[in-house]
Design a protein around this ligand. Structure first.
Ligand code: PLP
Length: 461
């Protein structure tokens, strides 16, 4: 049997085909060899444009990769990068109770484990969701206004590509009325130039705070806009588009006969991680998305979309093509919680207080450690798990700071990935911001914030 080293040598020979006799199943290459082999094989694949896009260096990929690596082994001192939801004991207890009830009911258990649901979603779950929104907000929706997807991420991928791209009326685009916006949207359009966005008004508050506002003066909609999209609260900035701003956007959507997509992943009504008294309104030009992920069920992959019936039918059809059916587990698990409003009670009593307490803790440490003499600013915290730090006129970019901090065991996300529809090379603000997940244990906050403070000093040297 050949030693693994020989295979390594063969693999590492540039542009030389590996002799087939050396690939005999009797030879067992070591793990790094296998990785090299896969990379070599992938390099030889002739990808389509779609393949190139999907296998490229997407922002979301590098984010998940860093998170994955950090959680898999080289545990950093402070993981301020990703956005895994917290495991809150009282919330876990509610999920356990639901699971227990399902396990005690053989029919439900078998249906959950062994049946394909329709691509629109589980019928009973959809009825529960419909009743929930009608009861809570008097939206007067029917089952036809609802589509379930395997997570809201997949739902947005389908919606963006259903609406934007080539069409008989010309190229259509998604408009983000305020950036920064969610990193996960950035690589989702299959055709180039499908995203446009507007820079926000920046309101400075005191010495170390700021807030973004939609710049309605800059928001002229041409015929090529297929939909408007906002996350509320916004990941990464923690900004909550106000009720007034949302009404204004909804009016623009009606005027232009296009949908307004509102991503409530962290927002109302569950998990409800918002400080502002915001209201979610609905009309037949609004598509709301909700997710079970941030209440603590990210692996169940359940996205809930409420919108105009025709668009929800198209979403269901795309879902059938892409996924055949939705994962049943989360829909079965969450149905009782939505049916009796327990999802609101756990959001209000446990989830929201948990994140607000973590936000207070990080803010306290920031106030204690960040250099008061330098012009750093945090975006006003209005919701989500994140703080958005702006280092105005810093001499080092957020990417430099990412490298500097990573070497010291602190993971953050550089800001420039969060600007879909902008040429970030032309806007220094995009390179001056970084995102921090504050929902980390005390030990990480205490270890990481002093190092962040050092990074701020380094940024201005
Ligand atoms: N929207 C926002 C703003 C997010 O931050 C996320 C995930 O982090 C998603 C959507 C996707 O969530 P999921 O696909 O888990 O429902």
């Amino acid at each position: 049997m050949l030693a693994c080293n020989s295979i390594c040598a063969a693999i590492n020979q540039p542009k030389r085909k590996m002799p087939s006799d050396k690939l005999s199943i009797l030879q067992t290459p070591c793990a790094p060899c296998i990785v090299l082999l896969i990379i070599r094989v992938l390099k030889d694949v002739q990808f389509s444009d779609f393949g190139k896009k999907m296998s490229g260096e997407a922002g979301i990929l590098s984010l998940m990769d860093d998170m994955g690596k950090a959680l898999a082994g080289n545990r950093p001192l402070a993981m301020f990068g990703g956005g895994n939801p917290a495991h809150i004991p009282a919330v876990t207890a509610a999920f356990k109770q639901s699971l227990h009830d399902i396990l005690a009911d053989e029919n439900r258990l078998l249906a959950m484990l062994g049946n394909y649901d329709t691509p629109q979603g589980n019928e009973a779950f959809i009825a529960t969701v419909r009743d929930f929104f009608n009861r809570r907000y008097s939206w007067n929706i029917t089952a036809e206004n609802i589509a379930i997807t395997p997570g809201s991420q997949a739902g947005f991928f389908m919606l963006f590509n259903l609406l934007a791209g080539r069409s008989p009326e010309g190229g259509k685009k998604i408009l983000f009325p305020l950036v920064p916006e969610y990193i996960g949207y950035v690589d989702q359009a299959l055709e180039p130039d499908c995203f446009v966005s507007r820079r926000p008004e920046i309101e400075k508050v005191g010495d170390h705070e700021f807030k973004y506002r939609v710049d309605f003066d800059a928001l002229h909609l041409n015929d090529d806009i297929a939909a408007i999209c906002v996350s509320r609260p916004t990941n990464p900035s923690g900004n909550v588009v106000t009720d007034e701003e949302l009404e204004h956007l909804a009016a623009l959507a009606i005027e232009n006969d296009i949908p307004l997509l509102v991503d409530n992943a962290y927002g109302l009504p569950f998990p409800g991680i918002v400080t502002a008294a915001a209201q979610p309104n609905w009309n037949d030009h609004i598509v709301h998305s909700f997710s079970l992920s941030k209440i603590g069920l990210p692996s169940s992959r359940v996205g809930i979309f409420v919108g105009p019936a025709e668009l929800m039918r198209a979403l269901t059809s795309a879902n059938a093509i892409m996924n055949l059916a939705n994962p049943s587990f989360g829909q079965y698990l969450a149905r009782r919680l939505i049916e009796d409003d327990e999802i609101l009670r756990i959001s209000e009593a446990y989830i929201k207080p948990y994140y607000f307490e973590r936000a207070d803790k990080m803010r306290e440490l920031i106030t204690d450690h960040f250099p008061a003499d330098l012009p750093w600013r945090l975006h006003a915290y209005e919701g989500s798990y994140f703080f958005w730090l702006w280092l105005e006129d810093a001499r080092r970019s957020s990417k430099d700071l990412y490298g500097y901090l990573k070497e010291r065991g602190v993971i953050i996300v550089p800001g420039e990935y969060f600007f879909p529809g902008q040429d970030v090379s032309e806007w220094s603000h995009a390179h001056e911001c970084l995102r921090l997940n504050f929902a980390r244990p005390d030990a990480e906050l205490q270890a990481g914030i002093p190092l962040l403070a050092e990074a701020i000093r380094y940024a201005y040297v």
